[in-house]
Design a binder for this molecule. Structure first.
Ligand SMILES: C[S@@+](CC[C@H](N)C(=O)[O-])C[C@H]1O[C@@H](n2cnc3c(N)ncnc32)[C@H](O)[C@@H]1O
Length: 200
């Protein structure tokens, strides 16, 4: 992690009100793919980690039974809470929680995360994947900045001073070691992808 949790939280609190304003096509495609692959219906419970302003949590709440959003930035989650109220969504709850301490121990069917895990170091990502796996969801859908090849140092999709993306190989190993099999891999950009991991 290139910044402390408090520094990340403060950084996102500062931009929360404008966070939804301008998004790259790659981010939008990633959101659409995470929603499509999460595919939570009916009574299922989804845990969305690093939920921010709710791009995934609110998108899934339309169809899922319950959605639990967890983040370290109250400013980001306040935006999500407002949008949930505007849309009349009562089955989504936002609260403080971290990748490695999700602050949730109920049943969960699907865990999602979009554009958030790249703030953790590779060792922390592995620890987070193990902790999520202990909740025994049937599926984990991870959309994020990740390297499919050598990143072009002159054209990084990410901010090297605050972000710490992993290679797809490191993430695949972590899912496999945690008892999950990668069943699909979506390449959005050579530095952005969506991994779908199903419980073995
Ligand atoms: C780029 S935003 C993505 C938000 C949302 N998932 C989306 O797709 O728009 C990254 C989010 O991750 C959160 N975050 C960063 N480190 C975290 C951690 N260790 N645990 C939980 N959330 C974290 C930040 O507060 C921020 O809201």
């Amino acid at each position: 992690m290139k910044k402390t949790l408090d520094e990340h939280a403060a950084r996102f609190d500062d931009v929360a009100a404008e966070y939804d304003d301008e998004k790259t096509p790659e981010y939008n495609e990633c959101v659409a793919l995470v929603l499509e692959h999460a595919d939570a219906t009916g009574e299922e419970t989804v845990l969305d980690l690093g939920c921010g302003t709710g791009a995934i949590a609110l998108g899934l709440a339309e169809d899922a039974g319950t959605v639990v959003g967890r983040d370290i930035s109250e400013g980001m989650m306040d935006q999500g809470r407002e949008k949930a109220a505007d849309r009349g969504l009562e089955n989504v709850a936002f609260g403080e929680g971290r990748f490695r301490e999700p602050n949730y121990d109920g049943d969960v069917d699907v865990v999602t995360s979009n554009f958030a895990m790249h703030h953790l170091s590779d060792a922390e990502k592995r620890e987070a994947i193990d902790i999520v796996a202990d909740l025994e969801p049937r599926r984990i859908v991870l959309g994020d900045v990740m390297f499919f090849g050598e990143p072009n140092p002159d054209d990084p999709f990410y901010s090297p001073e605050v972000d710490d993306p992993a290679t797809v190989g490191v993430l695949a190993d972590a899912f496999t070691d945690a008892g999950y099999a990668l069943t699909e891999v979506e390449l959005v950009h050579d530095q952005v992808g969506v991994l779908i991991a199903d419980r073995r």
